[in-house]
Design a protein around this ligand. Structure first.
Ligand code: 5GP
Length: 126
């Protein structure tokens, strides 16, 4: 069910619980600012989610409220994860859904990192 990205942060959302270690994940990377783990329902051979450690609902919330250090740390983590997965040469796609029309389901900012095959057109339908 898509979420309303303008609502306050819900500390019990599934990714907050993963960050607290209450729910397991297939972790691929972690540092002070970010955690990366494999999507539970992958839509490409490589489908990794990268999330900031801070409590941010969406890209909108993050870009408005995060500190410079949090933003730099998160952006660098996304690049680090893609490089470590060997996706720079073949290419990859980043996606961040924000709010209902984009179909955001988890109200904690996450960037999808897709790769491992030709990814086709940017949107399935227009
Ligand atoms: P959104 O639609 O919010 O951009 O994407 C949410 C993503 O989170 C989906 O691709 C979904 O498969 C993934 N997801 C939802 N719950 C879990 C979970 O408990 N563990 C993992 N690893 N991924 C999840």
């Amino acid at each position: 069910m898509p979420i309303d990205a303008t609502r306050p942060y819900d500390p019990d959302n599934i990714f907050a619980r993963i960050l607290r270690g209450e729910i397991a994940c297939d972790r691929v990377y972690e540092d002070d600012h970010a955690l990366a783990f494999r999507d539970i329902a992958p839509q490409a051979p490589q489908h990794i989610l990268v999330i900031p450690k801070g409590a941010f609902v969406s890209w909108d919330d993050f870009s408005a409220r995060a500190s410079e250090a949090e933003i730099a740390g998160f952006v660098r983590a996304v690049g680090t994860v893609a490089r470590a997965a060997g996706l720079v040469a073949p290419g990859y796609r980043l996606l961040a859904n924000v709010g209902p029309q984009a179909g955001q389901e988890v109200p904690h900012l996450h960037v999808h990192l897709f790769g491992g095959k030709p990814l086709g057109p940017m949107l399935a339908s227009r």
